[in-house]
Design a protein around this ligand. Structure first.
Ligand code: APR
Length: 314
């Protein structure tokens, strides 16, 4: 019997956080890969982390490397490699740079781990997941992206704190692209089985929805860099759903082929994630207002995907 092998590409803030949460759960052996200039950093993170395993009481191995041969035979690969948007950098520049990175990473992943599941985090994540899908040639159930678990975790946190109840008792999901246009669905948000609209005034919920939409920016404003802990925890929740075949209902960035009326696009929707990866998309009824909000979000995602098709995938 061998432990699952998880490779995390990009050993920056999010990659390292992902490794921490995965190690703490003893989810599998972990390989942290970064570019050659950052190989020693990746090795240092791996060593620091493996030295915590006696205390965490887990027996996983953690390897830092710049060599894809070390990732060979991974069951699951998480892509966090990318650059953050720097001052003066246009949105298009960021998309081109990160799409180039995700493309080259995916080529190596396919070469060394042809049977792996791929979970993408690199932003803009909807279109970067599309790049990984097209470049890998893997079936759609094996390539999906993370954004909804994180957005929902933020939404659940704010609601639980407002209600002064356990975060575990709030269930919810968000639809759409990862960004200010995401669509948190209040109608489908529950606290212990009770619709939150029955527990909180509309203004309070509206304020929380708005804070959720801008949750990424709130962290950047405070830290001067993008979030890492909650994204890492979100990636591990998805990885665990696959590696333990939990068939969790989780919002994820899925390839849509007619679902919700969209085609050839990756976008956030409720899904079932289990041992076969992203096993299915769940379609829920939407009010005309919700559908309009989702259409707006989908338009933005479709534009970015069109740009990537034109400039990176041709
Ligand atoms: N191969 C492997 N690693 C790479 C590559 C590459 N081609 N290019 C860049 N990296 C590495 C960087 O060297 C860095 O260590 O990816 C890591 C990114 O880490 P951070 O800069 O700390 O960024 P992080 O906060 O982890 O965010 C990563 O997630 O939230 C998104 O927008 C964010 O796209 C970004 C990604």
């Amino acid at each position: 019997v061998r432990r699952p092998k998880i490779s995390v590409i990009g050993a920056g803030f999010t990659g390292a956080s992902t490794a921490v949460f995965a190690a703490a759960k003893g989810l599998g052996d972990i390989v942290l890969l970064d570019i050659p200039q950052r190989e020693n950093y990746a090795k240092g993170v791996a060593l620091d982390l493996v030295e915590s395993t006696p205390i965490l009481n887990t027996d996983v191995t953690i390897t830092g490397t710049a060599d894809y041969a070390d990732t060979a035979g991974s069951d699951l690969v998480i892509i966090t490699a990318g650059v953050p948007r720097k001052p003066g950098m246009s949105r298009e520049d960021l998309i081109s740079t990160n799409a180039g990175i995700v493309k080259s990473v995916t080529e190596q992943v396919v070469k060394y781990s042809p049977n792996a599941f791929i979970i993408v985090l690199t932003n803009p994540v909807d279109s970067m997941t599309y790049v990984a899908y097209r470049v890998s040639g893997f079936p759609k159930n094996r390539v999906f992206g993370q954004s909804g678990v994180l957005d929902t975790a933020r939404y659940r946190t704010f609601l639980a704190h407002e209600l002064r109840v356990s975060v575990s008792d709030i269930t919810a999901f968000v639809l759409g692209g990862h960004g200010d246009d995401m669509v948190p669905l209040v109608r489908y948000t529950y606290a212990g089985g009770i619709p939150v609209a029955k527990l909180l005034p509309k203004e309070t919920i509206d304020r929380i929805v708005e804070r959720t939409r801008k949750g990424g920016g709130e962290i950047v404003n405070l830290m001067g860099t993008s979030a890492g802990y909650a994204p890492g925890a979100s990636l591990v929740e998805m990885a665990e759903a696959v590696l333990k075949n939990r068939r969790r209902i989780l919002p994820a960035i899925a390839y849509l082929d007619g679902e919700y009326g969209y085609r050839d696009i990756y976008m956030g929707v409720p899904t079932i994630i289990g041992g076969d990866g992203l096993e299915s998309v769940i379609e829920v009824d939407l009010t005309p207002e919700e559908k309009a909000a989702l259409d707006k979000s989908a338009e933005g995602v479709a534009r970015t995907i069109a740009f990537v098709k034109e400039n990176v995938l041709k």
